[in-house]
Write a protein that binds this ligand. Structure first.
Ligand code: CP
Length: 305
C-alpha cells in the first residue's frame, strides 16, 4: 500500500491508486517551487538513489531536486557495488537501511521491485523511478503537469500515445494518470505487436494507422522502441519504423494546430520522431525535463516532510 492508514502518501509505487487530491497537491507544490515559494524541507534527510538501469533524466533530476531541498544525497552505484561480489539485493538494502536512509529512489528491471523492498525495510519511503515495463509514476506526474500548463482542462482533451506501448512503463503510469484527471479520448497507436491485448479502461481505443490516430489530437505523446525489453517480437528496422510510424511535420498537421508534442526521452531521432518536430514550436519535450525537477521536489517533500 502506498498510502498509510491515515491516508497519507507513504511510498510512490504506482499511479493506479493515486487520488486526484494527491495529484493536485503535488502540482500545487511544484507550482510553489517554480515560483520560488516552496520551502526547503529536507535538511538532515538522507536519500539514496539506487539505479540498476541506465538513466539520464530521472537520476539527474532526482539528485538535483534532493540537493535543492538540502537533503544528504548518495547515489548507489550498482556497477561498482558489492552485489558484484555476491551480495544479495536483500542484504544490500538492509545494509543501506542500517546507514539511516529516509528514502530510497529505485530504478530496477524487475516489475514491482519497489514493493518488495518496502516490505523488507521499515520507515524508509520508497519511490519507484521505473520498474521494468510496469510503471514510472514521477514521469506520469511531470507529463500531466506539463499538459496542464498548456491545456485548461483534461476532460475535453484528445490524447494519443504512440509507439511501443507494451514495453513502456511511461505509458503504464500515464494511462492511469490521464484516467484520474478525466481524459476520455485516449488512443494507443502503433504496430499491432506493440499494442496491449488487454486495456485497463473501457474508453481507451487502439489504432494501427498513425494518420487515423493523429486526427484532431490535442496532445501527441511519442515513445521510443524499447529494444532492450523485447524478447520475441520481430522489430522493424529504424527506416521502416520511421516510414510507417514516425512523427513527421506532415503527419503532425493531422492533429489540432495547437497540439503539443511530448516525449519522455530518451528520443531516437528519425526513428519515432523527426528532428524538425522534436525541435519545433509544438514540442514541449524540454519543458517536460524542466518540470521533472519541480515534480520530484514536490514528491520528495510530500513523502518526507
Ligand atoms: N524518461 C526517462 O525515464 O528517462 P531516463 O531513462 O533518462 O531517466
Amino acid at each position: 500500500m502506498q498510502y498509510d492508514n491515515d491516508g497519507k502518501l507513504k511510498h510512490l509505487f504506482s499511479t493506479a491508486d493515486l487520488s486526484v487530491e494527491t495529484i493536485r497537491k503535488i502540482f500545487s507544490m511544484a507550482d510553489n517551487f517554480k515560483n520560488n515559494a516552496g520551502k526547503k524541507t529536507l535538511e538532515n534527510k538522507n536519500i539514496c538513489n539506487a539505479f540498476f538501469e541506465n538513466s539520464t533524466r530521472t537520476l539527474c533530476s532526482f539528485e538535483l531536486a534532493e540537493k535543492k531541498l538540502d537533503a544528504n544525497v548518495v547515489n548507489f552505484r550498482s556497477d561498482v557495488s558489492a552485489t558484484n561480489k555476491g551480495e544479495t539485493l536483500t542484504d544490500t538494502f538492509l545494509t543501506l537501511q542500517a546507514m539511516g536512509f529516509d528514502a530510497f529512489v529505485i530504478r530496477h528491471q524487475e516489475e514491482n521491485f519497489c514493493k518488495q523492498i518496502a516490505a523488507l525495510v521499515d520507515d524508509v519511503a520508497i519511490i519507484n523511478a521505473g520498474d521494468g515495463k510496469n510503471e514510472h509514476p514521477t514521469q506520469a506526474l511531470l507529463d500531466a503537469y506539463t499538459i496542464a500548463q498548456h491545456k485548461p482542462t483534461f476532460e475535453s482533451l484528445s490524447v494519443g500515445i504512440f509507439g511501443d506501448i507494451i514495453h513502456s512503463r511511461v505509458a503504464g503510469s500515464l494511462i492511469h494518470m490521464l484516467n484520474h484527471l478525466g481524459v476520455r479520448d485516449l488512443r494507443l497507436v502503433g504496430p499491432k505487436t506493440f499494442l496491449p491485448k488487454k486495456l485497463p479502461y473501457d474508453f481507451i481505443q487502439t489504432e494501427n494507422n498513425m494518420n487515423t490516430g493523429l486526427k484532431d489530437l490535442d496532445v501527441v505523446v511519442m515513445l521510443r522502441m524499447q529494444r532492450e525489453r523485447m524478447t520475441q517480437e520481430v522489430t522493424p528496422s529504424s527506416e521502416d519504423y520511421f516510414a510507417q510510424h514516425g512523427l513527421t511535420e506532415e503527419r503532425l498537421k493531422l492533429a489540432k494546430p495547437d497540439a503539443i508534442v511530448m516525449h519522455p526521452g530518451p528520443m531516437n531521432r528519425e526513428v519515432e520522431i523527426a528532428s524538425d518536430v522534436a525541435d519545433g514550436n509544438q514540442s514541449v519535450i524540454l519543458e517536460q525535463v524542466a518540470n521533472g525537477v519541480l515534480i520530484r521536489m514536490a514528491v520528495l517533500s510530500l513523502l518526507l516532510d
